[in-house]
Design a protein around this ligand. Structure first.
Ligand code: AFP
Length: 351
């Protein structure tokens, strides 16, 4: 009798080894043109992540990786060399995609057009190439945030007006976290999934599928140095967590890392407005809306404090929004303090 072949345990894989492109196609349950496009786009994002990860891992060893360029970006912030490198990586990777006509990022005043792609490129990539870049020089985690939107008109005057819509129009969103390992988290509207870069294979391998954020978590993540700049309602919330057992403060100064902790373990991240800057610091189209898309897919909530974040329609490309994001119960708690103060301020109507 012929014995059936048994693979030797030496050669079996550590795990199932689902790659990102296979996963996207499985998620869409289709090999149709849009599924193929999204799979190709996610592959390109993964390639950008690998190139940035490799560069970060050698920062300080090779020239021109650390420090500032001496220029400021459209937001008036000092630009780091790593910001420029990562921004250019996304551009060069998407130049070869054929699918993307425009890219818009924190580092560019106006959208960047790839004319050779525009006749067929039906998608726009919005991204923050290095979020939390002040962490680069001290060897702490940083991230890249991205969203893919369908281009809905020809944009012949190159104003990108069709991008000024609510976040429910995002086709896909996610981030890459450059930490002890490089992790890519994404959603195409069918749950949230996490992949870890295996440097020896050069592949992102599925490590967590259908991530659900706990309904409540112990972490609150906010820059309390701004305490006296906030509205009273946000101070009320922080006083509440100071006075109740079971809360821990965690804040790294890099949104992607702080958000990842909340996604995996629950709690709430806040970047509220201040009296001077009521819209806060974070940008809607390539920071808060992509993370809002993810958290809702993971069963959590994202809010401006008064409104569902995915309902906000920007008036301009680099618009900012306040952000309250995380576990459903913790976001609701913050909102309850906001509502309480709004009730107090409302004029008393005559009987
Ligand atoms: P940088 O990229 O300029 O370091 O800004 C990072 C960031 O946009 C976001 O990643 C952080 O959550 C937030 O700003 C930190 O801002 P504060 O230093 O004002 O707390």
């Amino acid at each position: 009798m012929v014995e059936s072949y048994q693979p030797s345990s030496e050669h079996t894989l550590d795990r199932d080894c689902t790659t990102l492109s296979r996963h996207v196609l499985q998620q869409l349950q289709s090999f149709g043109p849009e599924a193929q496009d999204l799979s190709a786009l996610m592959n390109r994002i993964a390639l950008a992540g690998k190139l940035i990860s490799r560069h970060l891992s050698r920062s300080g060893l090779v020239a021109d990786t650390l420090g500032f360029t001496g220029k400021t970006n459209v937001q008036g912030e000092d630009v780091k060399k790593m910001d420029v490198f990562a921004n250019d990586v996304f551009i060069s990777v998407f130049k070869q995609s054929g699918l993307v006509c425009r890219l818009a990022s924190e580092e560019m005043d106006e959208p960047y057009y790839i004319p050779e792609n525009c006749p067929i490129g039906r998608y726009t990539l919005l991204y923050d190439p290095i979020d939390g870049s002040s962490n680069v020089d001290i060897n702490l985690n940083v991230g890249s945030i991205f969203a893919i939107r369908r281009q809905t008109d020809d944009d012949l005057d190159q104003t990108a007006a069709d991008l000024l819509t609510h976040g429910r129009d995002q086709l896909a969103a996610g981030y890459i976290l450059y930490g002890p390992t490089t992790v890519l988290v994404y959603s195409i509207g069918n749950g949230v999934h996490s992949f870890t870069l295996d440097p020896s294979l050069g592949e992102f391998i599925l490590t967590a599928e259908n991530i659900q954020v706990p309904q409540h978590g112990p972490t609150y993540s906010v820059n309390e140095g701004n305490f006296w700049q906030w509205e009273e309602s946000i101070r009320d919330f922080t006083r509440y967590v100071h006075r109740h057992q079971g809360y821990s403060s965690r804040y790294s100064g890099a949104l992607v890392g702080d958000f990842h902790r909340i996604l995996m373990q629950g709690g709430v991240f806040l970047y509220p407005g201040t009296k001077k800057n009521p819209a806060g610091k974070l940008r809607l189209l390539y920071e808060t809306a992509p993370l809002a898309f993810l958290i809702e897919q993971a069963g959590g909530r994202a809010s401006t404090g008064t409104e569902r974040l995915l309902d906000v329609v920007p008036a301009e490309l680099h618009q900012r929004t306040p952000l309250v994001i995380g576990s459903t119960e913790d976001v609701a708690l913050v909102e309850s303090f906001v509502q309480e103060r709004l009730r107090e301020q409302a004029p008393i109507s005559a009987p």
